[in-house]
Design a protein around this ligand. Structure first.
Ligand code: PBG
Length: 324
């Protein structure tokens, strides 16, 4: 019997493969997360994330300029304060002279509207206990007290030049609280990238090195249980109802089923965050010669797009954008 149905016809040459490719990966789809640290005299490479740096204000400006020149769709900035500036309330986050807000101002001055400048709107980088919120008397994260803090953070970030705020703390009601605060402060045009479905993942380890996290314990009382799928759909529905402009799934690769389902229900753009541990695994296996790091990263980004993400946050954004 002759095989009459021959899918290989459409794989024969690079040109025909290019013609029929369903999914594309373009520089504009990629957002680069960046870290700016207070009190450094020069940029410091994060040992568990080769090629990723804690930046000084000046190295941040250079690296941001390069990423934008490579064509990335946006930048997501995280702040790393001096250890002595952390407190239980994370107050240096909303301080206009805090490191994250200084970084945002510098990038907004340099880059204006030539990129999309985003800020992480969370307390964990700024609290001395390392949790994403303020604690109540029993030591648990106090949801509603944290909402007030997020509102202050978001307004400070908008004033510093953030065009998008990324609500990443997984408090209930955070999108609504931040939207109301931004609108009341005259920042109705600042968008909210809602970390809608964010799991309590083992893959955040290298990020915690990157931000010199003080966390003891874990975040399972506010981030989602990896066992759950429906809960993500509930979280996304709530964030959409509260006014999220973009919804995000995090991490990406171990949660592609969630990316797919969120893409099916969302009427706003969907982002996925390829987190620190995902990036570090590619680098580590690549360094050992066990996989081709660059090819594997490219394939992973394509898979995240194929699952349904419009936007991918990845530490490889600038290098990949430069190659595409
Ligand atoms: C919390 C936050 C985390 C990341 C981004 N924002 C992690 C956490 O819950 O500790 C992780 C990003 C990464 O691993 O790359 N504000």
């Amino acid at each position: 019997m002759f095989p009459t149905d021959r899918p290989r016809r459409l794989r024969r040459t690079p040109a025909i493969r290019r013609l029929v490719a369903e999914t594309s990966l373009e520089p504009r789809h990629l957002v680069l997360p960046m870290f700016v640290a207070d009190g450094l005299s020069e940029a410091r490479e994060i040992s568990s994330m080769p090629g990723v740096y804690q930046h000084t204000l000046s190295s941040l400006r250079t690296a941001a300029e390069e990423a934008v020149a490579a064509g990335v769709g946006g930048l997501m900035l995280f702040g790393v304060p001096k250890p002595e500036d952390k407190d239980a309330a994370g107050s240096c986050g909303a301080d206009p002279d805090g490191i994250l807000n200084r970084g945002l101002r510098a990038l907004a001055d340099d880059l204006g509207d030539s990129t999309v400048l985003m800020a992480d709107t969370c307390l964990d980088e700024f609290t001395d206990h390392g949790h994403c919120g303020v604690l109540d008397a029993s030591g648990a994260v106090d949801n509603d007290a944290t909402l007030t803090a997020y509102a202050d953070l978001a307004v400070a970030q908008a004033r510093a030049g953030a065009q998008v705020v990324g609500t990443s703390g997984m408090m209930d009601g955070q999108v609504d609280a931040v939207r109301t605060a931004l609108d009341d402060a005259g920042h109705a045009d600042v968008a909210i990238l809602a970390y809608a479905a964010k799991y309590a993942s083992a893959l955040y380890g290298p990020f915690r090195d990157a931000v010199a996290s003080s966390l003891q314990g874990n975040r399972r009382a506010y981030q989602q249980d990896p066992a759950n799928r429906r809960e993500s759909l509930r979280e996304v529905s709530l964030d959409l109802a509260e006014g999220a402009d973009i919804v995000m799934v995090k991490p990406a690769m171990l949660y592609l089923d969630i990316v797919r389902e969120v893409a099916a229900i969302s009427d706003v753009p969907v982002a996925a965050y390829q987190v620190s541990g995902e990036y570090s695994m590619f680098c580590a296996a690549g360094e050992r010669g066990w996989i081709d790091r660059d090819a594997a990263i490219l394939e992973s980004l394509l898979s995240i797009r194929r699952a349904g993400a419009d936007i991918v946050l990845t530490y490889a954004a600038a290098e990949i954008a430069a190659k595409l």
